[in-house]
Design a protein. Structure first.
Length: 586
DNA sequence: GCGCGTTGTCATGGT
DNA sequence: CCACCATGACAACGC
């Protein structure tokens, strides 16, 4: 429908299907945009009466022209439609009312190279245009099922001979208006979009396409609208048919056998059932795209990185030192500097072991270590970047050189240590305890840098800092491992944050897609109901037109024997259906 | 003691 | 080749 809002996000296939359907609906139903121009239609209505007067004068001339045109048509036995013949003939086709058996349906109308459309084709077109309702809507039983569906819905053209036929002045004004309404009904959904559903003023002000020139003569047209049309349609066409309401209904047979309801049931026997049960094409369909509207940006906004302020470490230093943790992660103090994996280098000759007594000793006098190595402190201020990283306690952890030569704890020792009874304080601050592990190791190896510096200094500064100190292999290995672990820890934190943000974004996206699906489902349901109503009104109008068509004997035309065909230029033809059966009998 | 979440760490692959 | 980053996997820890 016109009120469809284009998805803000990337259109999914489901969206595109629906849009395509609705787009075709607007185009294929055979009306130009000007049909819905209210002012244009008003102007046309005013001109209509003048044209009617002129039509009276031209009626006689048009009759003769009709004879000439019909003479150019020949019966196609396969489709029962008129086929333009190269050379005019003198048969009785010029009087279709008197010789209906000789009128045939034009097969060319149904094969795309002509623009005439029968009512059957209109219904086929509707069924094809709205696969949501029914993918392959069966033709009504009373219609010629052999008529192929019109495949070229948008570019129907008239053969060269047909324009001569449309000059036939056979239809009085009311029928003319009725046919305008019929075309209007074909575009009913567009009308509803423009003026709201069932706006009688709009519906009545349809433009004059001079249909009356192309319809067979209706010398005794009567109206049965009061019996045949739904109340809303009577309201819609009160103005249109005001000049013929006085006429007496003379087609009770049609009313009885082809009332609007019955007619609709014939044409759309399972419309409602299928509309309710037809699987939704979007069910389970992809819902790709449409994500632009998702405010993922805010959700995915990177969180602030965890503060790496060295002060955090300093505040816990005493506690951590008091409870020197296990070295399960191991010291990367391998004899070989190439070995960077602490777990694999645990058993190096440079490993440092810490006993509880050692821990207590370090805890007892942490500050004394700084005083023992005062010459190392200036290093902390070599670079600007390192200054802010300097903890208030300076983080310099130095131990006696002999500790370096002590056997390093291996993994088993570390695990055994971890299984030793922990104090409650340590259990509270696991992270700080883990973080202090590297500090303790650095202190054990007398690394003259803080862990924060080791981790956070840029590469150049870090290398410069390292170059200014002669560190042995265990110290270099430990520094490298501390830096590696520290950076990896931050990376892991960022990675986990991103993961959580992605999860949140996906959850939000899922909610948005669910809402979009629900909205589209409601829209589809509304479109289906609108289509159903449009078809019903079209059927009613079709029957109403038939009720007013009379032959020269005053007999009504039967919808079972005749069908109405309309061209894109508004020309309407009354074409008999019976030729198909005759052709089959042959 | 078990389950679950958090955190640190390692291994690995990519840049 | 090295440094760095990203990430899965694992283990320790805390609740």
């Amino acid at each position: 429908m016109m009120e469809i809002e284009l998805p803000k996000m990337h259109p999914t296939q489901q969206d595109m299907d629906l849009i395509d359907i609705l787009w075709r609906q607007d185009i294929d139903l055979g009306a130009g945009r000007e049909v819905f121009d209210f002012s244009y239609r008003q102007k046309e209505v005013q001109l209509q009466r003048q044209k009617e007067l002129e039509e009276e004068k031209r009626q006689q001339i048009r009759r003769e022209q009709e004879k000439a045109l019909l003479a150019q048509l020949q019966l196609d036995e396969e489709t029962g439609e008129f086929v333009p013949r190269p050379t005019p003939t003198s048969n009785g086709l010029t009087q279709p009312n008197t010789a209906p058996a000789e009128i045939t349906q034009n097969v060319a109308f149904t094969e795309g190279d002509v623009d005439a459309m029968s009512f059957d084709e209109c219904m086929q077109l509707l069924a094809e245009t709205f696969p949501l309702v029914e993918p392959a809507e069966s033709a009504p039983p009373i219609l010629d099922s052999s008529i192929p569906p019109c495949t070229d819905n948008t570019h129907l053209t008239m053969p060269g001979e047909i324009p001569m036929l449309i000059q036939n002045p056979l239809l009085p004004g009311p029928i003319d208006q009725t046919w305008m309404d019929l075309q209007h009904c074909l575009n009913f959904q567009e009308i509803m979009d423009i003026s709201g559903y069932g706006n009688p003023a709009q519906l009545a002000n349809v433009q004059d396409f001079n249909y009356s020139q192309y319809l067979p003569k209706l010398s005794d047209v009567t109206t049965g609208t009061g019996d045949m049309c739904p109340p809303e349609f009577m309201n819609t066409y009160n103005g249109t048919f005001s000049n013929v309401n006085h006429m007496r209904v003379k087609t009770p047979d049609i009313n009885e056998s082809f009332g609007p309801d019955e007619f609709c049931e014939i044409f759309y026997p399972d419309l409602e059932a299928k509309a309710n049960t037809a699987p939704l094409p979007c069910e389970g369909g992809s819902t790709d795209g449409q994500l632009d509207e998702l405010p993922n940006a805010s959700l995915l906004k990177p969180m602030d990185l965890q503060s790496l302020s060295p002060g955090n470490f300093s505040t816990e230093k005493n506690e951590d030192m008091a409870e020197f943790p296990d070295s399960d992660s191991g010291l990367s103090i391998d004899a070989s500097p190439k070995t960077s994996s602490p777990g694999k280098s645990m058993h190096g000759d440079c490993s440092v072991g810490f006993s509880d007594s050692d821990i207590d000793e370090m805890e007892s006098s942490p500050g004394s270590m700084e005083s023992d190595y005062p010459e190392l402190f200036p290093l902390m201020f070599q670079s600007d970047s390192s200054q802010h990283l300097l903890p208030e306690k300076s983080g310099v952890t130095l131990v006696q050189e002999d500790n370096v030569t002590q056997p390093k704890k291996d993994q088993a020792e570390a695990s055994g240590h971890s299984k030793a009874p922990f104090t409650k304080d340590k259990q509270k601050r696991r992270s700080e305890g883990r973080l202090s592990r590297d500090e303790e190791r650095a202190r054990a190896l007398k690394i003259p840098f803080t862990v924060e510096m080791i981790i956070n200094l840029p590469v150049d500064d870090f290398n410069e800092m390292m170059s200014k100190h002669q560190l042995n292999e265990p110290q270099l290995a430990l520094v490298r491992d501390i830096r590696r672990r520290g950076k990896n820890k931050v990376a892991a934190q960022n990675c986990r944050k991103r993961k959580m943000e992605n999860i949140m974004g996906l959850e939000y996206e899922l909610d948005s897609l669910k809402e979009e699906k629900e909205r589209l489902m409601k829209e589809k349901s509304k479109n289906r109901s609108n289509l159903k109503e449009m078809k019903q009104q079209l059927s009613s109008l079709y029957l109403e037109v038939f009720s007013m068509l009379k032959d020269e004997q005053g007999k009504p035309y039967s919808p079972t024997d005749y069908s109405l065909q309309q061209t894109t230029d508004g020309s309407v033809f009354l074409v008999p259906r019976i030729k198909k059966t005759l052709a089959k009998s042959n």
